[in-house]
Write a protein that binds this ligand. Structure first.
Ligand SMILES: *Cc1c(COP(=O)(O)O)cnc(C)c1O
Length: 362
């Protein structure tokens, strides 16, 4: 029996054709496809500026470097996120302070963040989780007043709008990832979005060895190499053309899961927003106290499952570097009860019938 995998990017002959062009034209580092890809990103997101980066984690790292942290500067990060959010902050020289999240949106609310604000807070990093379209406006407005920067981790949020505003464009900066399991992929890759000309100029120098343009060997600033390849951008152009089809399919399959899984007292299914702004990342649900058993049952039925994120404030690396952290009960309960199921282009309704039947039999 075939195994139903968590991840399967929608790549076919169109991406292959674009790759062939990028190899034939011999522009293998940033070239015509990169320019085209960035243009398409600006069109889609409405962002003023966009810069390509090798992956989402390095995008967050680069964005934070541009804010020039000083000793003791703090950044507030939701405990419920992928480890890259925390790692980027650590290596950029910020002290990560973890806050809890809202039990419905899984994202940090303004209240969650306010609880952790101190005189040392320099940045707040709202994280878009599972493609939910919750607005970060209250957080950004609050931070603006207090001269705190907002960097949105929109790694999972390509195509996610709230009232016409694309995720990652409301704060000072936002980062989108194009890793293999994201809504669209370039293999590895990402973009940093910003609306601020000064930050944009700093990012440009930082990502290109501290010089305003390549081909010169005079470096006014220190900088690194955060370039991508034109092959990645070639994939990205084709993937962006498919974005709306991918989003439509994900929404349809997500609703189908919801309708096929029976209501049971130990299962709590995600609610679907009627305005359909969310771009579901995985299918996910919470169970009370039977996560391990249900996951084993599904794995034994050849269905690849994933837990939710292990909370950042409990990470062994975080504890050994920064000491014991305050508890975040919601993030802890999400890890304890959450299960993710596949949601991708190669998944059929028959697959979902099968997965739902396995859950309903449990
Ligand atoms: C995927 C992801 C990242 C990291 O992106 P990469 O491209 O894999 O480095 C960061 N934050 C969140 C929330 C993610 O889902």
């Amino acid at each position: 029996m075939k195994r139903i995998n968590q991840v399967s990017p929608w790549l076919n002959h169109e991406e292959l054709k674009a790759l062939e062009v990028s190899i034939t034209d011999k522009w293998v580092t940033e070239g015509p496809y990169t320019k085209k890809f960035l243009g398409k990103i600006l069109d889609l997101t409405g962002s003023k500026y966009a810069l390509p980066v090798p992956n989402g984690t390095l995008g967050l790292f680069l964005a934070l470097l541009a804010l020039e942290p000083k000793e003791g500067d703090e950044i507030i990060i939701p405990s419920f996120t992928f480890f890259g959010s925390a790692s980027a902050a650590h290596f950029a020289g910020f002290k990560p302070i973890f806050c809890d999240v809202d039990p419905k949106s899984y994202m940090a609310s303004l209240e969650n963040i306010k609880n952790k604000i101190s005189t040392k807070t320099k940045v707040v990093m709202p994280v878009n989780i599972y493609g939910k379209s919750q607005s970060v406006k209250p957080i950004v407005d609050y931070c603006k007043n207090k001269n705190i920067y907002v960097l949105e981790d929109s790694a999972q949020a390509i195509g996610v709008f709230n009232n016409g505003v694309h995720s990652g464009t409301y704060g000072d900066m936002g980062v989108i990832s194009f890793f293999a399991d994201k809504t669209i992929t370039t293999g590895e890759g990402g973009v940093v979005l910003t609306q601020d000309k000064e930050i944009y100029e700093r990012l440009k120098l930082l990502r290109n060895q501290g010089r305003p343009s390549s081909g010169t060997f005079v470096h006014p600033k220190f900088g690194m190499n955060f370039r991508i390849t034109d092959m990645q951008a070639a994939l990205g152009c084709i993937q962006l053309d498919k974005l709306q089809d991918i989003i439509n399919l994900k929404r349809e399959l997500f609703s189908y899961y919801n309708s096929m899984i029976n209501d049971r007292d130990f299962i709590s299914k995600p609610n679907i927003q009627s305005d359909q702004q969310d771009v579901p990342f995985r299918y996910y649900f919470e169970v009370s106290d039977v996560k391990e058993e249900l996951m084993t049952h599904l794995e034994n039925s050849n269905i690849q499952t994933r837990t939710f994120f292990y909370p950042m404030h409990l990470q062994p690396s975080v504890r050994s570097e920064y000491g014991k952290q305050d508890s975040c009960p919601v993030a802890e309960s999400l890890f304890k009860n959450g299960i993710c199921l596949p949601l991708h282009h190669d998944l059929t309704k028959a697959d979902i019938d099968y997965i739902a039947a396995c859950i309903n039999r449990f």
